[in-house]
Design a binder for this molecule. Structure first.
Ligand code: NIG
Ligand code: FE
Length: 353
C-alpha cells in the first residue's frame, strides 16, 4: 500500500478515535432540579411516576425547532469531540410524537454536517408513554412508534431502532412489535433492558438479532446465553449507574465467561446520566464495574463500533478508516486513570491530520 503522507506525532500514543455508541445528546433543557430532588431522597422511578423524568425533558423538547435543538446540543457534542470522539450515536425519544421525534433526528443529522463527526441515528419513540396516550400503550406503539418509524425511515433519518423495556416504560411484547416492524424495514435493533429490574428484554432482543442490549444491571444467565448465541454486544452505562446510585452492577464476569463483547458508553442524557466525558466513562467502567483499562478502551472503540454495526472503524488496522486519537500519555491505562483531565493532543479523522 502506498504511503501518501507521513506525519510526525512526536512519539505520542495513538489509539482508534473513541466511539460513544449510546447517547441521548439531543434534547431541550436540563433536569438539575431532579438531581436536587434525588439528593433529598426521591428515587428516579418515583420522579418518573409523578410526571417528571423523561416526560419533563419531553416537555422541554417539544416546540423546539431543529435549529434550537442543534444550538443547545453543540456544546455537549464539542465536549465529547475534545476528548477524542469521532463517532457518536444519538437517539430520539424526547418527542414521543412523530413531529418532535423526527425533529430530534434531523438535529442529529445536522450535527454530523457542521462538525467532523459521524453521527449514527437511532429511533427511540418507544422510550416512555406520553400522558396523552395514558392507558393506550398498544395504540401508542402502533400509531407513533411504528407509524413514525416508517415516516422517519422514508426520510433517511434512521440508522437503527431502540426501545426501553422496563416496568416504567414498555413491556417485551410491545417492544417486540416495534422490532418486527424495524426488521421488516431492514433496520438493525438495540434495546435498553434490565436497568432497574429484570423483564427478560435482553433475551427477546437477542433472539431477534439485536446489535446490542444496553444497561443490563439485572441481566440473568438466560439473557447472557441468548446474547452470546446471537453475538449481541453488552453496552454498559456506568454514568447512569453512578448518577442513580445503583447498587447492583452488571454481571461483568459472567459476560466475560460467555464471551459477550462488552462496550461502554456515556448514555449522555439530562436525567440518569448527564455525562459528556468519554474518558470519565472509561474511568467509571473500571472503578464501578471492574473492567480493566484495556477492556474500557476496547469498550469505547472496537466493541462500540460493533454495537453500531460499523465494521470500518474502532481498530488500528490496514483497511480501517483512519479515525485516530493522539494522546499525551505513555500507556493506554492512563486514559482511564485520571478524572477530569484531558490528555488529547489531536484527533485525526479519515486520515486527515
Ligand atoms: O438510558 N433508561 C432510559 N432512558 C435513559 C434515561 C432517560 C432520562 O432519564 O431522560 C437512559 O438511562
Ligand atoms: Fe439510554
Amino acid at each position: 500500500m502506498a504511503v501518501s503522507e507521513q506525519v510526525d506525532l512526536g512519539g505520542r500514543l495513538v489509539t482508534p478515535a473513541l466511539i460513544d455508541c449510546h447517547t441521548h445528546l439531543v434534547h431541550g433543557g436540563n433536569r438539575a432540579s431532579e438531581f436536587e430532588m434525588r439528593l433529598q431522597g426521591a428515587s428516579y422511578e418515583q420522579i418518573s411516576r409523578a410526571g417528571g423524568g423523561i416526560m419533563s425533558t419531553v416537555n422541554a423538547t417539544r416546540g423546539r425547532s431543529v435549529e434550537q435543538l442543534v444550538a443547545e446540543v453543540l456544546p455537549r457534542l464539542d465536549a465529547m469531540l475534545a476528548e477524542g470522539v469521532s463517532t457518536v450515536e444519538i437517539k430520539s425519544g424526547y418527542g414521543l410524537n412523530i413531529e418532535t421525534e423526527i425533529n430530534m433526528l434531523r438535529a442529529a443529522r445536522r450535527l454530523g454536517e457542521i462538525r467532523q463527526v459521524r453521527v449514527v441515528t437511532t429511533w427511540l419513540a418507544a422510550h416512555a408513554l406520553p400522558p396523552e396516550c395514558a392507558d393506550r400503550a398498544d395504540d401508542y406503539i402502533s400509531e407513533i412508534a411504528i407509524q413514525g418509524l416508517r415516516r422517519a425511515h422514508a426520510q433517511g433519518l434512521v440508522d437503527a431502532v431502540d426501545g426501553f423495556c422496563e416496568s416504567i416504560a414498555f413491556d417485551r411484547d410491545q417492544i417486540a412489535r416495534v422490532f418486527d416492524a424495524a426488521r421488516a424495514m431492514g433496520l438493525p435493533i438495540r434495546l435498553h433492558a434490565e436497568q432497574l429490574s429484570n423483564n427478560r428484554g435482553a433475551e427477546m432482543a437477542a433472539r431477534k438479532g439485536a446489535l446490542s442490549v444496553d444497561h443490563l444491571e439485572y441481566l440473568d444467565d438466560r439473557g447472557i446465553a441468548a446474547m452470546a448465541r446471537a453475538g449481541t454486544v453488552a453496552v454498559l452505562l456506568p454514568g447512569a449507574y453512578y448518577t442513580l446510585r445503583e447498587t447492583q452492577a452488571p454481571p461483568v464476569d459472567a459476560l466475560r465467561r460467555a464471551k459477550v463483547p462488552i462496550a461502554i458508553a456515556s448514555d449522555a442524557n439530562p436525567g440518569s446520566s448527564p455525562l459528556t466525558s468519554p474518558l470519565l466513562t472509561m474511568n467509571m467502567a473500571c472503578t464501578l464495574f471492574g473492567l480493566t483499562p484495556a477492556e474500557a478502551l476496547a469498550g469505547m472503540t472496537v466493541n462500540a463500533a460493533r454495537a453500531l454495526g460499523l465494521r470500518d472503524r474502532g481498530l488500528l488496522q490496514v483497511g480501517m478508516r483512519g479515525d485516530l486519537a493522539v494522546w499525551n500519555v505513555e500507556h493506554p491505562a492512563e486514559l482511564a486513570y485520571r478524572m477530569g483531565f484531558n490528555p488529547l493532543w489531536k484527533r485525526i479523522i479519515g486520515g486527515q491530520a
